[in-house]
Design a protein around this ligand. Sequence first.
Ligand code: HGY
Ligand code: MN
Ligand code: MN
Length: 409
Amino acid sequence: MGDIKIDGKRLWNSLMEMAKIGATDKGGVCRLALTDVDKEARDLFVRWCEEAGCKVTIDQMGNIFGRREGKNPDSPPVMTGSHIDSQPTGGKYDGIYGVLSGLEVIRALNDAGVETEAPIEVSAWTNEEGSRFAPAMVASGVFAGVFDLEYGLSRADLDGKTMGEELVRIGYAGEVPMGKPVKAFFETHIEQGPILEDEDKTIGVVTDAQGQRWYECTFTGQEAHAGPTPMTTRRDALVGAARVIEAVNRIGLAHAPLACATVGLVQVYPNSRNTIPGSVFFAVDLRHPDDATLSKMDGELRAAIEEVAAAVKLETALEEIWYSPPVPFDGECVAAVRRAAEANGFAHRNIVSGAGHDACYVSRVAPTSMIFIPCEGGISHNESEEATPEHVAAGCQVLLDAMLERAGS
Ligand code: HGY
Ligand code: MN
Ligand code: MN
C-alpha cells in the first residue's frame, strides 16, 4: 500500500472534541437526530470540512457531503462516511468515528499533497440511528431510492415533529436533489459486538450485514380501577405486552446463535400505578443474516401476538414499519479492504455486521463495503462505549488505502 499515513493523534483529538457535543455524565453522548446538539455537531463537521478545503453540499434530507476534487472532476467520487446522530445513551464512536475517519483521509491527502484521480467525498447521513425518527438509515435510504423524499421528510418523532420540520428548524434542509453517482463507498465503524476483541483482531473485513424487520404494535384493553376490578374480568394491555415481550425473546433464542430479537420501546397508557393499563404501544426489532429465517421469525411473532391478544381479550394494531433485507457487500470493495489490512500488517477476519449502517443502503447504488474495529467488551449503544487510539488509527489507515486503491492517485 502507499506511503501516505493518516495522523492518528489528529483523528483521536477530533473524536474527543466532537464527543464534547451532547456529552453525558457517564462519558457517552446523546445527540438525537435533528436536535440542537446534532446541529452543533453538524456545524463543527462542516467547519472542519471547509478548513480542509472541501466544498460542502447538503441534500434535501440533510445529508452532508464534503468534497475534495480530483484530477477528473467528471468521475463519480469515491465516498466514505457514516452518521453524526446517536442513541439517547450513545457512545463517543458509533457513527461519528466513520465520519471523522473520512475527514482524516482528506486531511492526510492534503498533508501529502496528493491529487487523486477521482474526487474524494466524506458524508454524514441524517438519522441513521432510527431512535428519534423511525426507521433507521432513512436518509441514506432516500439517497439510494429505497424511500421517496416525501416519506423521508414525513417521518415523525413521538411528539409528532417531522424530519422535514426539524431539518428546516436546524438549518439543514438542503436544496441538492437526492442521489448521485458514487464510484465506491466505504464505511468505517466500531463492530459493536465482541468478536474482534475476543479474537484479538484489529480489522473486521465486513462481507455482509444482517437483515432487520421493525414493527409497531398497539394493544388496546380497558382502563379500570386496580382495586375493585376482579383479576378474571380485566383486559390488561400491559399483561399482553409483557407476554409478547417474553415471546420475542423466545423467538430470538429459538433461532440462536445468529438471531436477534428485541423490544426496546414501550409506552403504557395511562401509566398510572393504580389504573389497569388500557393501551400499550411497543416496538419490535427482529434480525437475522438469513432472509428465510427472518421471515420465519416474522411469522412466529405474528402468531404470538394473535394468541396473546385472544387470551387477554385485547384489540391489536400491528404494523411492520421497516424491512431491510440482508446485504452482501461488493466483492471488489471487500477485497480492497482485506488487501489494505494485509498490507498494513493488521490482524483481520471476515465478519457479518449485526448492526444496520448507511452502507447497507448506499450499497444499493454503489459498490460498497465496511471496515470494522473492535470496541471494548463489544459494548455499544451504551455510554461506556470505548475504543483504543491504536484501533481507531488502524481502521482509518485501512480506509485511506482502500479508498486510494479505488480513487487512483
Ligand atoms: O439499529 C442499528 O443497527 C443501527 O444502530 N441503526
Ligand atoms: Mn452506527
Ligand atoms: Mn447505532
